[in-house]
Design a protein around this ligand. Sequence first.
Ligand code: NAD
Ligand code: ZN
Length: 346
Amino acid sequence: MRALRKLTAGPGLELVDIPEPSCGDKDVKIRVLRAGLCGTDLHLEAYDEWAASAMQVPQTIGHEFYGEVVEVGADVEHVAVGDRVSGEGHVVCGTCRNCRAGRKHMCINTVGIGVNRDGAFADYVVIPATNAWVHGPDIEPDLGAIFDPLGNATHTALQWPVVGEDVVITGAGPIGVLAAAIVRHAGARRVVVSDLSDLRLSLARAAGADVVVNVGRGETLAQAQERLGMREGFDIGLEMSGAPAALESMIGNLNHGAKVALLGLPKAPYPIDWGHVITRMITLKGIYGREMFETWYLMGAMLASSPQLRTAATSVITHRFAAEEWQDAFEATRSGECGKVVLDWS
Ligand code: NAD
Ligand code: ZN
């Protein structure tokens, strides 16, 4: 089969021909039809310090995908050959305290598909059956391929009730844009999104943001508040850039008692104004992955009930490439002048 792999410990990837993976008793084997690119894949391709510490060599990468089940292990009951599925990318241990308490997204032994073990940029991927999310016929392949980032957005955006709340989202990458669509769907009053890219901000606007702020042009969240007639600050903040400056400006524009969910991964430790956080009684919460599998239920339910959300979620995909054109797909993702980039493996 074709597989996009890191063959040696260094920058680069190669599309190579390798044997198909075998399916264990508790696994499912999936014919990959679509796979989304994410920032993680760029890190793995570049083989930076983090990637070198995380990945195996040789290894197939890719963790956002949709496909058809072609084989199930002897012990598998709830997934059948022919099912159309996406994969939850975090494989959990099932035995740590959090796993046993049902908090699988907090597993201390999480292994990442396409990060710490062979992934989905290939014709076939094998994952534990418990990681397969079976879709109904209403989920088309492209939409199925972005359930992983849509799940990040959903898990972050729905940390707290947003009905009637004023929400600020810093970062209009694919996940920030999806989060804008979700808080809009979930009943937020005002939604403001900041980024440095006009193209990305136009996607955020199309997804439901009332006002977008290009901080690269010197526009500010305070100006956005003024435009919207806000006087007390945002109630909810969703940090989806990983940029220290973004969190700083967010914290400076929150109401007392505001709640902030942090998904964006900073490159390095950075200082924040703790006095501000404390005296304004702000809650900060780190978010990783998706809740297994409550987030997946929520995504399916929201998409089934809201044509607007479906349209917004699908329109975050701006580029599609055949698997052979993977280098163009990586280049498009690297440029930042894109929404979600999807590879077609069918
Ligand atoms: P992305 O890198 O495509 O988007 C980040 C966006 O932030 C970019 O568009 C960038 O222009 C913007 N940005 C940079 N500086 C900014 C600033 N000062 N103010 C506002 N925006 C600014 O990433 P993505 O795929 O949308 O993911 C969002 C973030 O979440 C990334 O940091 C990613 O690493 C992280 N992530 C975390 C998890 C998790 O489980 N915690 C999962 C997936 C992604
Ligand atoms: Zn565990």
